[in-house]
Design a protein around this ligand. Structure first.
Ligand code: DQA
Length: 138
């Protein structure tokens, strides 16, 4: 059984209530239950933190044993050299995802410290971006 983890960064714990016109009105746990039901043969873990160092700790913890990491580093995508370095330091491939199309938004969202070190990038498909990332690993 493939072992994947979805790692969500800051403010993504508020999905469903946060700027629903951009991020939709479904909470992440509702979405995750739905997706887990669709892929019963994949072990999908979930971790969310608003703290940069905690995200790095989790990436290091899973990065030598899991088959894939699906990472939405949220705003840290655009600022965190340290998360970019963590991805280079591990063995598990990382697929970067974003709910919104960051390229159709503000200029500062056009930069990613994750993308150069990711296996691939999926963005702009709403929560379906995560599902497409799961499919990329199976
Ligand atoms: C996001 C895009 C980021 O620019 C933003 O800071 C987020 C969410 C997305 O999934 O669309 O928090 O990563």
């Amino acid at each position: 059984m493939k072992k994947l983890i979805i790692i969500n960064g800051p403010n993504l714990n508020l999905l469903g209530t946060r700027e629903p016109e951009i991020y939709g009105s479904l909470s992440f746990t509702e979405f995750l239950d739905e997706v887990k039901g669709k892929y019963p043969n994949v072990d999908i873990d979930y971790y969310q933190s608003n703290v940069e160092g905690e995200l790095i700790n989790k990436i290091q913890e899973v990065g030598f044993s899991y088959d894939g990491i699906i990472l939405n580093a949220a705003a840290y995508t655009h600022t965190s050299v340290a998360i970019g370095d963590a991805i280079n330091a591990i063995k598990t491939p990382v697929v970067e995802v974003h709910i919104s199309n960051t390229f159709s938004r503000e200029e500062f969202r056009h930069t990613s410290y994750i993308s150069p070190n990711a296996k691939g990038v999926i963005l702009g498909f709403g929560l379906q971006s995560y599902e497409l990332a799961i499919q990329s690993f199976i």
